[in-house]
Write a protein that binds this ligand. Structure first.
Ligand code: SF4
Length: 63
């Protein structure tokens, strides 16, 4: 019998990209991104089970 291995604890860094974030200074998207990076490590969902789908325009840079 094998024991389940606990998933590694996620942190904000697990949701931070090395890509440059390019929105206008003061854009509300920065706040949304910061909140997602804050809460996603806390909701108990594996990174590979999280998907963001976007359309076109500035918001499409979010994923
Ligand atoms: S939504 Fe786009 S155009 Fe509007 S402030 Fe944000 S980055 Fe700039």
């Amino acid at each position: 019998m094998t024991e389940a291995v606990a998933a590694p604890k996620l942190t904000r860094k697990d949701f931070v990209s090395d890509q440059e974030v390019r929105w206008c200074p003061g854009c509300g998207d920065y706040s949304i991104l910061a909140q997602m990076q804050k809460i996603l490590p806390e909701i108990g969902v594996a990174r590979e089970d999280i998907v963001f789908i976007s359309g076109i325009g500035c918001s499409s840079r979010f994923p």
